[in-house]
Design a binder for this molecule. Structure first.
Ligand code: DUR
Length: 134
């Protein structure tokens, strides 16, 4: 007997989670709320929103909250990721956040982007990571 094919990944549900996170953003300075959501290899969904500060440079990207929630709720590896802007449109993560994601998802992490689904290897080529410190 052959195994049943895997159902397609539910990107819509992840977008919904990212939009919900975005609705909690604190972005009074940029006026640019962001929400991020990712699945974990055990099936959990973790989310984050950007949290700005009167000291502008120390504002936290949505992905910072996401990786913090990942660790605080048991860790694991990220498998699928999406972030959205204030209109709920798919956004690309900033460069620093690609590095944050690399730590917890590696190059095979799948990101939904405005140009379609991409691996993190494609979005952050030749990434510096934990392997360099081994
Ligand atoms: O990947 C990104 C890019 C930007 N921002 C936030 C930072 C800042 O609060 C606002 C405008 O740059 O968007 C994120 O949360 N994640």
């Amino acid at each position: 007997m052959t195994a049943a094919p895997e159902p397609p990944f539910d990107w819509d549900a992840l977008h919904t989670a990212a939009r919900d996170a975005m609705s909690h953003a604190y972005a009074p300075y940029s006026g640019y709320p962001v929400g991020a959501a990712a699945t974990v290899d055990d099936g959990r969904v973790v989310t984050g929103c950007n949290v700005e500060n009167a000291s502008y440079g120390i504002g936290l990207c949505a992905e910072c909250g996401l990786v913090s929630q990942l660790q605080a709720t048991g860790g694991g590896r990220l498998t699928h990721f999406v972030c959205v802007d204030g209109r709920g449109e798919t956004l690309v993560p900033c460069g620093r956040c690609r590095q944050l994601l690399f730590e917890f998802g590696g190059g095979k992490l799948l990101l939904d982007t405005p140009d379609g689904v991409r691996t993190l290897d494609e979005m952050l080529p030749q990434a510096f990571g934990p392997g360099h410190l081994a």
